[in-house]
Write a protein that binds this ligand. Structure first.
Ligand code: PAF
Length: 291
């Protein structure tokens, strides 16, 4: 295990490093993050190490994906802790550009996220996926990875970025890693640290309720009725507000027909809820029961 790791802060230095690797025939995997790393990120880095010869982890809290009123200013930051974690994992490079390097004066080009970005998170957080798509497009062109690793926890982000990579013919493969959870089912997230003890006790019910909905839909239940029931259960469990709970096609995020009986369409249950001032998102796959 290494105990030091190279931190690169300018595009010019990054290009020198990746050119050396390419010259030596090495493949590259990128793990894009906003820092405040937890075990979910650790699993992404471990997967990256299996995929490629060299691993770059970007740490950049991207201002363009936060709308006014979002939690940009209180987003957790711990570069020293993150660097120590990544060194212990034997990642090769931390790519940590400044906001001015990423968005220099005069910056004015951006990516418009595609149809998969329109609803769910896209409706609750206008502009969010445009910011994500733009920064990921820049990260991909800066690092030139063969693989980029994303967690399924941000499922819509994954679908939006797959659409971008496909539509813009970007020369890399996106790899999805399963969501890491606490023992009680709560999906790991940098935002979990904001939960009070009372909120933390309620939080796992999100996974419980969406898992029940996924099981019901998989067994052939009526989808609109299941969604209404799940919303009621979430509010009853103590969530202050439900931004959405929904069942969507897992590849396009379009709404499916009313039941999945006899269908092979891959579906996903997605939800976003509030506990106090903290917003939690989660999702699970629908596994259709064989008739
Ligand atoms: O998932 C995240 O942490 C961010 O949205 C990402 C992909 C690093 C882009 O800023």
């Amino acid at each position: 295990m290494g105990d030091t790791i190279k931190i690169i802060r300018t595009v010019a230095d990054l290009r020198r490093q990746t050119a050396k690797w390419r010259g030596a025939g090495k493949s590259i995997a990128l793990v894009p993050t906003m820092g405040a790393l937890h075990s979910g990120h650790v699993s992404l880095v471990k997967l990256a190490k299996k995929k490629a010869d060299r691993v770059v982890v970007s740490i950049f809290v991207n201002p363009t994906q936060f709308a006014a009123g979002d939690d940009l200013s209180r987003y957790p930051r711990d570069e020293a802790g993150d660097v120590a974690t990544l060194a212990s994992l034997d990642a090769d490079v931390v790519w940590a550009p400044s906001v001015d390097d990423m968005y220099p004066a005069g910056f004015s080009t951006s990516v418009t996220a595609g149809s998969a970005a329109a609803e769910l998170e896209g409706a609750c957080r206008p502009g969010h996926f445009g910011g994500v798509a733009t920064v990921c497009c820049k990260l991909f062109s800066q690092v030139t990875p063969d693989y980029a690793i994303f967690g399924e926890k941000d499922f819509q982000q994954l679908v939006v970025l797959r659409q971008m990579v496909r539509d813009l013919n970007l020369p890399l493969t996106l790899v999805a890693a399963p969501t890491k959870r606490e023992k009680d089912g709560l999906a790991l997230s940098s935002r979990n640290r904001y939960l009070s003890a009372d909120e933390r006790a309620i939080a796992p019910a999100l996974y419980g309720v969406i898992s029940e909905l996924a099981a019901d839909v998989g067994a052939g239940a009526d989808i609109p009725a299941g969604i209404v029931n799940a919303r009621r259960k979430l509010l009853h469990a103590g969530f202050a507000k439900v931004d959405y709970v929904d069942v969507r096609d897992a590849e396009t995020l379009e709404a499916p027909s009313k039941t999945v009986q006899g269908s092979t369409q891959p579906l996903r249950v997605l939800a976003a809820v509030w506990l106090g001032t903290t917003r939690l998102i989660d999702n699970v796959a629908v596994v259709a029961k064989k008739a």
